[in-house]
Design a protein around this ligand. Structure first.
Ligand code: SF4
Length: 179
C-alpha cells in the first residue's frame, strides 16, 4: 500500500486533552474528534507537537489557567523556543523527504498555541500565543511557509472549512506546479 505523504502538525492536546489546564476540557474528554476524523477521512498523517505549557517549569499537569503576560514572565518563551526549533527542523526534514506539510493546527485562546485569538478575561482579542510566535520565527528563519489553523471546538463548521480549503489549495498547487 502506498503511504500518504500528507501531514499536519497539531498541538499536543488535540490528541490528549488531559494536558490542558484545569477547567478547560468541556467538549471532548480525550481527543478533538473533528480534527482526527478529518485526517482519517483524507489520509493525513498527524504529527503531535509537545505541549509547551506542560513542559514549562512553571506549568505542568493540572496547572491553573494563566494568561500570556504571566507565562511571558515565567519561562514559556524559552520552552516554546526550544520546542519550535525542534519541530521546524523536523518539518524541514520531512519536506526534503517529499512530504507535504499541509498546516500547523493550534488552539485558539491558548497563551501558547493560539494562531489568531487570545482570551483576555472579559474579551477575546486578536493575538497569537507565545509558541505560535516562536514557530513563526523559526519558519521564517528556515524560509518555510506553512499555514496555521486555529481550532475552537465551538467553531466546528469553520474548522472543517479551513482544513478543507488548505487541503484543496495544496493539491491545486501541486497540480499546477506552483509547489
Ligand atoms: S499549551 Fe498548547 S498543547 Fe498545551 S494544552 Fe495549551 S493549547 Fe494544548
Amino acid at each position: 500500500m502506498n503511504r500518504s505523504r500528507k501531514c499536519v502538525f497539531v498541538s499536543h492536546c488535540m490528541l490528549a486533552q488531559v494536558v490542558m489546564a484545569k477547567g478547560l476540557v468541556k467538549h471532548s474528554p480525550a481527543i478533538v474528534k473533528q480534527v482526527v476524523q478529518f485526517c482519517m477521512d483524507n489520509d493525513i498523517n498527524i504529527f503531535q507537537m509537545p505541549c509547551p505549557e506542560l513542559l514549562c517549569a512553571a506549568g505542568g499537569l493540572g496547572r491553573d489557567v494563566c494568561g500570556k503576560g504571566w507565562y511571558e514572565k515565567n519561562g514559556l518563551r524559552e520552552t516554546s523556543s526550544l520546542i519550535a526549533k525542534e519541530q521546524v527542523n523536523l518539518m524541514v526534514k520531512l519536506i526534503r523527504a517529499g512530504l507535504n506539510v499541509l498546516a500547523i493546527v493550534g488552539v485558539e485562546f491558548s497563551p501558547a498555541c493560539a494562531p489568531s485569538y487570545l482570551n483576555k478575561g472579559r474579551c477575546i482579542l486578536k493575538g497569537k500565543g507565545i509558541y505560535i510566535e516562536e514557530l513563526e520565527r523559526e519558519l521564517e528563519l528556515q524560509k518555510l511557509r506553512v499555514p496555521f489553523i486555529g481550532v475552537n471546538q465551538r467553531w466546528t463548521i469553520k474548522l472543517k472549512k479551513q482544513l478543507s480549503e488548505i487541503l484543496c489549495q495544496k493539491i491545486l498547487n501541486q497540480v499546477t506546479g506552483t509547489e
